[in-house]
Write a protein that binds this ligand. Structure first.
Ligand SMILES: Nc1nc2c(c(=O)[nH]1)N[C@H]1C(S)=C(S)[C@@H](COP(=O)(O)OP(=O)(O)OC[C@H]3O[C@@H](n4cnc5c(N)ncnc54)[C@H](O)[C@@H]3O)O[C@H]1N2
Ligand code: MOO
Ligand SMILES: [Mg+2]
Length: 398
């Protein structure tokens, strides 16, 4: 039986293969960028007027009386100051007229009309005006040709804005792996069915689909009965179509726990089976010769979910942050296993505390509704004291 740390290393050393696909810009939100994005122009692309007001040449004007010779609107071709002692009214977003270098906003000037001539006097002290003020200088943010975005980052609205501004209407992203969630077990019925006395509704598949949905990943779900030929045939078809398989159930010591044997018959490479953890001991992990990844998670719902959160999620999220919590109650656990305990977190004096909800074990999925995640209690210890800090495996607010 390998340790949690070893299991995690093996999972991380065997990432699912992803292809690069080109998507329309708006289909790329949340995906991983697969190309560097370069600036096609300077940012901003011209000397941009930053405030509505009057533009002029700082050294050449008489602050008390500036004749206005023109007006420059945003979206108009650049105009030129004809007489350096005069000014041009300008609007935010307009290109600064040639010959001007400074803008004073309308709030700081008084404009009068004298017959045909319009002129302005500046109402603030000349000392308060700085040459070049209210001009967003061309290239002051980024230069043409500069790498604006590195491939590998997760695309958020901020990156969408940058890519839109450089005209990336289509963008190369890492394809999201096609995921199949497969429940096994004769005792399971669909959730819209009324179970017989000895049956249960299949909840694991919905739990996993919901977790994937929260990180923007879709999955197809399947239910297979505990029948070797059916399992073999169906898993063979699913492996041919999907990149990652998430199985739940059928990996432990039961007479109909066929999954590990069937996966071996299908020519999959077992990378590990059984981890020194509770819940999740019977977990199986492997891959196909073509690099498709199979997580065969133990069937107990809390076990399924812990293994999913601990081992599967980090392979699907571009950035998974490490969190730690402070235990607020002593826990004693003697077996030489890493113990994952459902906890409810809360803040006290700015610290994230964790209140354990032991529940009745790894089939008690209702217990999870009181919790936000699992505190990870290392195998080498038996006594875990209130006030001690441990890693936290989150499942609420993914
Ligand atoms: N003799 C032993 N028995 C068991 C061991 C062991 O080491 N020796 N391991 C225990 C542990 S730990 C776990 S976890 C379970 C896992 O067993 P399987 O992976 O074979 O899971 P199943 O037997 O198929 O089901 C276990 C349990 O979970 C329920 N289940 C399964 N699928 C779903 C689903 N989609 N939705 C809801 N509930 C599901 C199933 O009804 C069973 O109650 O084995 C222990 N036994
Ligand atoms: O893996 Mo199990 O979940 O400890 O029951
Ligand atoms: Mg079993």
């Amino acid at each position: 039986m390998i340790s949690v740390e070893e299991a995690l290393k093996i999972v991380q050393a065997n990432p699912h293969s992803t292809a690069v696909v080109e998507l329309p810009l708006m289909a790329s939100v949340g995906k991983i960028l697969a190309e560097n994005i370069l600036a096609d122009r300077d940012f901003p692309p011209f000397n941009r007027v930053a405030m509505d007001g009057l533009a002029f040449c700082f050294e050449k004007i008489d602050f008390q009386k500036i004749t206005i010779e023109n007006i420059q609107f945003a979206g108009e071709a650049q105009k030129t100051l004809q007489d350096a002692s005069k000014g041009i009214e300008v609007m935010t977003g307009a290109i600064l007229p040639l010959g001007c270098d400074t803008v004073v906003r309308y709030e700081d000037i008084n404009i009068q009309q004298d017959g045909e001539v319009k002129f302005a006097s500046i109402s603030i002290a000349k000392e308060e005006i700085v040459k070049g003020q209210n001009v967003h200088v061309q290239g002051s943010d980024r230069h043409a040709g500069e790498v604006l975005l590195q491939k590998g980052i997760k695309i958020s609205p901020a990156e969408i804005a940058v890519m839109a501004s450089v005209g990336k209407s289509k963008v190369q992203v890492q394809s999201t792996p096609k995921i199949a969630i497969i429940s096994t077990g004769d005792e399971l019925v669909e959730i819209d069915k009324t179970p017989l006395a000895y049956q249960i509704r299949t909840s694991n598949a919905y739990m996993l689909s919901a977790a994937l949905q929260q990180i923007g990943v879709e999955a197809s779900t399947f239910h297979l009965i505990d029948e070797e030929k059916v399992l073999y045939q169906k898993l063979k078809e699913i492996i041919a179509t999907y990149d990652i398989l998430l199985l739940s159930g059928g990996v432990s010591a039961g007479k109909k726990d066929f999954v590990p044997a069937i996966l071996a018959d299908l020519g999959l490479e077992k990378l590990f089976h059984k981890v020194a953890q509770k819940p999740g001991k019977p977990m199986w992990f492997g891959k196909t010769p073509t690099g498709k990844i199979i997580f065969a998670l133990p069937g107990n719902p809390v076990s399924t979910f812990l293994c999913f959160c601990k081992y599967v999620l980090p392979t699907l999220k571009s950035e998974s942050k490490h969190e730690e919590v402070i235990l607020d109650k002593d826990i004693i656990f003697k077996p030489d296993l890493t113990y994952f305990v459902p906890v409810k977190t809360y803040f006290e004096a700015g610290k994230m505390m964790a209140k354990p909800f032991l529940g009745s074990g790894s089939a008690d999925f209702a217990n999870l509704t009181d919790c936000d995640g699992f505190v990870e209690l290392p195998a080498q210890k038996q006594i875990f004291k209130a006030g001690e800090v441990f890693s936290f495996v989150r499942f609420r607010g993914l």
